[in-house]
Ligand binder design. Structure first.
Ligand code: NAD
Ligand code: TYD
Length: 339
């Protein structure tokens, strides 16, 4: 079995690679990653010498490079994690989101069509469903919920999903799609809520909470996401969409308060709200539970402790990021907000 993982130097793709190499020591795993600001080769350091692992630096939107990889490697399965993934950046400049998330997906699908594939899996997000109101806690996203994207990021992910479904229907490409809620855990880039707050507490910086902090996200420990994708690529039904999430809803303020409590310090600073800020995400995971027997193993209370411990034990990993190019982004995005 040979699996190509795109975006494997990023947060979830990196965790997935580690998970799969451990679980299936005889599978060949190839990471294809452009190494954007969010890609970090250090995440893969411990598997670089594994003879079953190979790293190829390439852009998924580069047709020549992707066709060459398919021609030479003849993969059985593609799992596409590669994406521009940060909503705030998509508000600053949507273009690269369309290029990578939409055109990149199209190039991968065209390669599957040209060279053949057993399975193309698209890693999507619950954000394609838009948001839910805060005052109706009994509402959840199901696979039948209409697509209703709010940000340029979610619009680009929704567009990619539509292309994947169209290539299934029109060309018979054997696809699956998963739509997961917010992940957290090791190797999470410190521009996203949880790692940013942990890093700021540890660096004695204020904790920027957008708006009132009442927005709700459904948090999933990243390993549970990896387990779900493994199940879908092996046992999921072709052409199907699977929602992934585990009823771990927390408001942003609750998340930040938990981090402050765990670390014993931290000063909240309320800052300007994100434009178009989605109120609440919440997944109904009934389908993946009934069809594939998946339920999350790690509760938020346990996962957040494990995550904080990882950031304390791996300061080098995130401090290297904060001292590099990301520093400029942080200055641009937060200097005025925190002034
Ligand atoms: P990330 O930003 O941490 O990593 C993205 C990776 O993709 C990086 O390694 C980057 O270098 C690579 N990449 C970007 N553009 C590329 C290109 N053109 N060609 C090749 N590689 C490229 O993202 P993440 O949080 O790990 O998310 C992975 C996937 O999961 C994304 O598709 C995202 O939409 C989806 N997702 C994320 C979450 C979440 O909470 N983070 C939740 C649900 C779904
Ligand atoms: P984020 O981690 O960017 O994920 P997403 O927007 O894809 O859900 O943000 C999670 C929530 O935290 C979201 O409601 C925005 C909020 N947030 C802050 O309040 N402050 C911050 O500095 C960041 C990055 C996010």
């Amino acid at each position: 079995m040979k699996i190509v993982i795109t975006g494997g130097a990023g947060f979830i793709g990196g965790n997935f690679l580690h998970y799969m190499l451990k679980k299936y020591p005889n599978y060949e795993m190839i990471c294809v990653d452009k190494l954007t600001y969010a890609g970090n080769i250090e995440t893969l350091e411990t598997v670089m010498n594994n003879p079953y692992f190979k790293f190829i630096k390439a852009d998924i939107a580069d047709r020549t490079a992707i066709y060459k990889i398919f021609e030479e490697e003849k993969p059985d399965i593609i799992v596409n994690f590669a994406a521009e993934s940060h909503v705030d950046r998509s508000i600053e400049d949507p273009s690269i989101f369309l290029q990578t998330n939409v055109i990149g997906t199209q190039v991968l699908l065209d390669a599957c069509r040209k060279f053949g594939i057993d399975r193309y899996h698209q890693v999507s997000t619950d954000e394609v469903y838009g948001d839910l109101p805060l005052d109706k806690p009994d509402l959840f996203f199901t696979e039948e919920t209409p697509i209703h994207a709010s940000s340029p990021y979610s619009a680009s992910k929704a567009s990619a999903d539509l292309l994947v479904q169209a290539y299934y229907r029109t060309f018979g490409i054997p696809v699956t799609i998963s739509r997961c809620s917010n992940n957290y855990g090791p190797y999470h880039f410190p521009e996203k809520l949880i790692p940013l707050m942990i890093a700021n507490v540890l660096n004695d910086k204020p904790l920027p909470v957008y708006g009132t902090g009442e927005n709700v996200r459904d948090w999933l420990y990243v390993e549970d996401h990896c387990i779900a994708i493994d199940l879908i690529i092996h046992k999921g039904k072709i052409g199907e969409i699977y929602n992934i999430g585990g009823h771990n809803e927390r408001s942003n303020l609750e998340v930040v308060q938990t981090i402050i409590t765990e670390l014993g310090k931290g000063e909240i600073r309320y800052v300007a709200d994100r434009a178009g800020h989605d109120k609440r995400y919440a997944i109904d995971p009934t389908k993946i539970y009934k069809e594939l027997g998946w339920i999350p193993k790690t509760s938020f209370d346990e996962g957040i402790k494990k995550t904080i411990k990882w950031y304390l034990d791996n300061k080098c990993w995130w401090q290297n990021i904060i001292s590099g190019e990301y520093k400029e982004y942080y200055k641009k995005m937060y200097e005025d907000k925190l002034a």
